[in-house]
Write a protein that binds this ligand. Structure first.
Ligand code: SF4
Length: 354
């Protein structure tokens, strides 16, 4: 997926205050031919969010629509898994279309990128928050020394970076924070980021899964081989690079395919990349609402994601019914995954697996 195929913005919904911000004006200047539609709020845009009729137009909406807004709430949430804190994002929504992604559930249906233009307020807030934490004195699985902020919970920053300098600004901020690191997971290889000079203070977590499955569920993302090939270059450019095995989807032959994936990664990685490597492993959780939506635009993905015979219901934080692999069965799957990984990539520390 080349950048120009991923995004060809021809309609921009914007809050009126967007023009008051330099970042807002910069982005508008990049798309001089786009139709501009003023909206009261980036939430609940009539005709866009929650519009069931757009399910069939899913990909077109993601490619051609951009929303610009001003982030109102600045708050961090404690995390303890991928990061110590979840930072207020500089975007939400995504131009890619992974079939298991929870991002559509937030705004409903084909949720294109919303970029926040008040990035300076976000970075000033994060700098204050990091300063207030002082030194990290108790190492944990997230990081032995730095407070880690997940800056991409509700979007993919590698794609957001195609639209503006918001991501460059975040990398620049964390380069200067002695006690903190930024971190984000990605499924897109954007080589523009190689110039950002992160000096070890931004951790990129490349998401990987067997390519036969990625071809079905990771819609509009960079191919798996391209993500693997990017790891060494990002390490050389000064990023910390971890792997995000998420979601792990179980099907006939998943063990064989993961073993092959680990071998492929092992063959590709440089010694420098291996020396700093760690990973997180998250088995699939799916959601009934998303299952229903997917049946309208990408039913083939549901053959892999919705398998009631091996799944059980759990209470969903977002409301509605979520499913995960059955307890007991899932414990075994996690052990199998860890064993396969340790056998082929013994240097890859598992930060957490569930
Ligand atoms: S790349 Fe991430 S945010 Fe984008 S659709 Fe896929 S899972 Fe969702």
């Amino acid at each position: 997926m080349r950048p120009r195929d991923l995004l060809r913005v021809n309609r921009i919904y914007l809050e009126p205050r967007v023009r008051e911000y330099a970042r807002g004006r910069e982005i508008l200047a990049r798309f001089p031919h786009a139709e501009l539609v003023e909206v009261a709020s980036h939430w609940n845009i009539p005709g866009l969010h929650g519009n069931e009729g757009l399910a069939r137009d899913w990909v077109r909406v993601k490619r051609e629509t951009l929303v610009l807004g001003v982030r109102k709430t600045l708050a961090v949430r404690p995390n303890g898994r991928s990061a110590d804190f979840i930072a207020p994002g500089v975007a939400n929504g995504c131009a890619m279309s992974c079939a298991y992604c929870y991002v559509p559930r937030r705004k409903g249906y084909a949720n294109p990128i919303t970029t926040f233009v008040n990035v300076e307020e976000v970075t000033a807030f994060l700098a204050r928050h990091a300063r207030a934490q002082g030194e990290k004195t108790v190492p944990d699985q997230v990081d032995p020394r730095a407070w880690v902020y997940d800056v991409g919970e509700n979007s993919d920053l590698s794609v957001d970076a195609l639209l503006s300098d918001n991501v460059r600004d975040l990398v620049t901020l964390f380069r200067g924070l002695p006690n903190a690191k930024a971190s984000f997971a990605t499924k897109f290889v954007n080589r523009d980021l190689l110039d950002y000079d992160p000096r070890g203070r931004t951790r990129i977590r490349f998401s990987l899964m067997p390519r036969s499955v990625a071809r079905v569920v990771d819609v509009r993302t960079s191919p798996i081989r391209e993500r693997i090939a990017a790891v060494n270059d990002f390490v050389e450019a000064g990023y910390e690079v971890h792997l995000n095995f998420s979601p792990v989807i179980v099907y006939d032959g998943w063990r064989r395919d993961y073993a092959a994936l680990f071998e492929e990664v092992d063959d590709a990685l440089s010694d420098a990349a291996k020396a700093q490597l760690a990973c997180e492993v998250i088995f699939l959780t799916h959601h009934e609402g998303l299952h229903d939506v997917n049946l309208r635009w990408h039913p083939r993905a549901e053959d892999l994601l919705w398998v009631p015979r091996v799944q059980e219901e759990k209470r969903s934080q977002q409301g509605g019914t979520a499913v995960r692999y059955r307890t007991g069965m899932k414990g075994q799957m996690v052990r199998v995954f860890r064993d396969l990984l340790t056998e082929r990539m013994p240097y890859c520390r598992v930060r957490y697996a569930f």
